[in-house]
Design a binder for this molecule. Structure first.
Ligand SMILES: Cc1ncc(COP(=O)(O)O)c(C=O)c1O
Length: 352
């Protein structure tokens, strides 16, 4: 197609294929839908909403509520239909992108579609942060460094001292360090105080995980007003749909349900981790998120046999250093038990 920019020729599609299975543990979603009482309030709000009218230009209604909820100035918040869109906006605006490998694939994907110079530095052995190599890479012309923390897909938390070094370096050199905190409720970490004191640090968050709102598409950026002004220009006008805004306003009025869900998920995580440690052929990595990275003798076989038992997980074996790995979201206690049963029956089959 000659109408499009030449770098887009032959670009691979985003690495995800929709499959259906009774137990869906492939997208790190919350296994719990919004509590029924809140859903009812959403429905009442939607009934009162004028569908014929455009929503706010830049989600002012939601940003105002988030500003109160987080104690963060409204001029330092951008809200978009999914943090994926904010990643895309940041990458389009960036002079260059620095990433870790493996990492959340949308950073690299966005760099490819927008032809933004991109460099990824391999994690150290044991999935450690390659802090020294990142600091050196930041001697190049400034750009945006994406750091998921806890990290995806390895589920690890990075050392605070290393993150502070990167933030200091960003302030000295003009880089922007974007801490992607998609899973931060599960690790009880929050780097927004660092972003408050250092305008070269920004925080990216999503409603898709702990809030249980993957289907409504919403995420936000906390950053300096200068950064937000630029990023906002890459989010289309009236970009946050009115119905998504009403759902966000409802949950921000009653955010208490999230804590109970996070506690359940963390308790399940500990149970699953200790059970999986006994697996004869799989190596489970510690997790600070709502998912596990597991190294198996063969990701294809593990994926297929789990799917035959009705359990959908995600292969990760195409990423650097993740040979044999699968990623498994934490589900409800019943789903987790079914997964464990399948995992251990699989061990019997493959050892027979
Ligand atoms: C690290 C990380 N960042 C961002 C996202 C995207 O979230 P959203 O649903 O808000 O687009 C995900 C989703 O899996 C993620 O794992």
């Amino acid at each position: 197609m000659k109408a499009f920019k030449s770098h887009l020729q032959g670009l691979p599609s985003y690495p995800y294929k929709k499959l259906n299975a009774p137990i869906k543990l492939d997208q790190n979603e919350s296994p719990y839908d919004l509590p029924a009482e809140l859903k009812l309030r959403v429905m009442q709000r939607l009934e009162a909403l004028d569908f014929n009218r455009y929503p706010y230009l830049h989600a002012e209604d939601v940003r105002e509520r988030l500003s109160v909820y987080l104690g963060w100035p409204m001029e330092g918040i951008v809200v978009a239909p999914g943090s994926n869109l904010l990643i895309q906006a940041l990458v389009q605006a960036a002079g260059r992108v620095l990433d870790t490998a493996p990492s959340f694939p949308h950073y690299a994907f966005s760099a490819r579609t927008s032809a933004t110079p991109y460099q990824a530095i391999a994690l150290e052995a044991g999935f450690g942060l390659p802090a020294q190599a990142l600091l050196e890479a930041m001697n190049a012309d400034p750009g945006v460094l994406f750091l998921p923390n806890p990290h995806a897909p390895t589920a690890q938390l990075f050392a605070e001292a290393d993150i502070r070094h990167l933030a200091d370096k960003a302030a000295q050199t003009g880089w922007l360090l974007v801490m992607d905190e998609a899973y931060h409720q599960f690790s009880e970490t929050d780097y927004s105080p660092l972003a408050r004191t250092n305008p070269n640090v920004a925080i990216l968050r999503t409603f898709s995980k702990a809030w249980g709102l993957g289907g409504i598409r919403a995420g936000y950026l906390l950053a300096s007003p200068e950064v937000c002004n630029i990023v906002q220009n890459f989010v289309p006008p009236f970009g946050l749909p009115g119905h998504t805004a009403q759902i966000l306003l409802t949950v921000l009025e009653s955010p208490g349900y999230v804590q109970g869900i996070v506690q359940t998920m963390v308790a399940e995580r500990e149970k699953l981790f200790h059970a999986l440690l006994k697996h004869p052929t799989w190596k489970v990595y510690p997790s600070q998120t709502n998912f596990f990275l597991i190294r198996t003798p063969g990701a294809v076989a593990a994926f297929k046999i789990l799917l035959q038992q009705g359990i959908l997980v995600r292969r990760q074996d195409h990423y650097l250093g993740l040979e044999g790995c699968i990623r498994v979201s934490i589900g409800t206690p019943q789903e987790n038990q079914r997964f464990l049963d399948a995992a251990f029956s699989f061990a019997e089959v493959s050892n027979a």
